[in-house]
Design a protein around this ligand. Structure first.
Ligand code: F6P
Length: 358
């Protein structure tokens, strides 16, 4: 026997053996998502030659300008999954209303899929990493037609979650509830191969990721955490920290799954109408499950992300994830109500680097 890594298909078949009554429908969903990601990987790799750089001239439900690749990626997911008979509904960042199987198809499909077809799309035109994120939920039993409310399940109920990262190599990172595993695309074979089994997020780390241009809008617990990191070995943490921000959550999550660290896109005061930037159902929940299955922690800052009952299909929320001890520290800072006792720390005072403008 050659000592070759197993393929994604082999991995899924092995997992299915644990469920003797499984029909194969679940595996078909994951493989259809993986196929859509492979197709997208090709488009991304052709870059400007594919004619897919630039904006599409349209705006999505979130009021964000769509890139041509956003639109194409969304179509790729829809086309790849709507004919297989395995999903009864699909919710996408790019569509106000979910795609729902027709009433005549109600018996078909045990699953719902929520996805962000192209995460980090502002990176496309500058040739930096982008990704796709997906979450698989169970459809309600009884074969009735699907309603939007059926997607509003807490993240702990996901049966699978994953992402594809279109970086220097294309990777597919997956959890079906038994660890988080990374597969690398062999472009010659067109197969994802299990190259990173059982990824583990180191419990501690010295790296953090946040868009510091928002610092004047941060709430005190986040300001305190970042302030302490910046103070380095002379501050209360007694060690120096490093900062990274790729502006693609998939790419930041991948770094954290590989070598630890913490990612923060917290609730802030920038837009009082929003309670965060990232979307709960197709960004935070799937990344949260992948991180927790790898021994890390995922939180809104105040509560475990996977326990939150969603209030709407495109709900936004503050999101903090990564090395367990760091996320727990940030949660503790929220509990300690530092807003009442905020220290007049040098970096946030009137002449400080991150002075509040509010
Ligand atoms: O829309 C999601 C996203 O692109 C994430 O992938 C990324 O972490 C974040 O937004 C970047 O936000 P900003 O442009 O504020 O840095």
């Amino acid at each position: 026997m050659l000592n070759q890594p197993i393929t994604l298909t082999q991995y899924l078949i092995e997992e299915r053996r644990r469920f003797p009554l499984a029909s194969g429908s679940f595996n078909s969903v994951v493989l259809a998502v993986a196929l859509a990601c492979k197709a997208l990987s090709r488009k991304v790799a052709y870059g400007v030659l594919a004619g897919l750089h630039g904006q599409a001239g349209s705006v999505n439900v979130q009021g964000e300008s769509q890139y041509k690749l956003d639109v194409l990626a969304n179509e790729q997911f829809l086309q790849g999954l709507q004919w297989g008979g395995n999903v009864r509904g699909m919710l996408s960042e790019e569509m106000e209303d979910p795609w729902l199987a027709k009433d005549t198809d109600v018996a078909a499909g045990d699953y719902l899929l929520a996805f962000d077809p192209l995460d980090g799309s502002s990176n496309i035109d500058v040739n930096l990493s982008v990704g796709s994120i997906f979450s698989v939920l169970r459809a309600p039993e009884g074969g009735r037609s699907i309603r939007v409310e059926d997607f509003l399940q807490p993240g702990a109920r996901q049966v699978a979650a994953g992402y594809a990262l279109y970086g220097p190599s294309t990777m597919f990172v997956l959890t079906v509830g038994r660890g988080t595993h990374g597969f690398t695309l062999n472009p010659e074979l067109g197969e994802f191969l299990l190259t990173h089994p059982d990824l583990r997020v180191p419990e501690e780390s010295q790296e953090f990721a946040i868009n510091a241009s928002n610092s004047r809008f941060w709430e005190p617990p986040i300001r305190r955490y970042v302030e302490e990191c910046l103070a380095g070995r002379n501050g209360v943490r007694e060690k120096d920290f490093n900062m990274r921000w790729i502006a693609s959550m998939v790419a930041d999550a991948h770094r954290i799954l590989t070598r630890g660290g913490v990612f923060m896109y917290p609730r802030d005061t920038k837009d009082p109408a929003q309670s965060g930037r990232l979307r709960l159902l197709y960004e935070c929940n799937p990344i949260g499950l992948l991180i927790e299955q790898a021994g890390g922690r995922a939180s809104s800052g105040e509560a475990p992300i996977l326990q939150i009952a969603p209030s709407g299909p495109h709900q936004r929320i503050g999101f903090v994830f990564g090395s367990k001890q760091e996320v727990e520290r940030i949660e503790r800072y929220h509990r300690e109500r530092v807003d009442e006792v905020e220290p007049d720390t040098p970096l946030f005072n009137r002449r400080g680097l991150f002075r509040s403008m509010g």
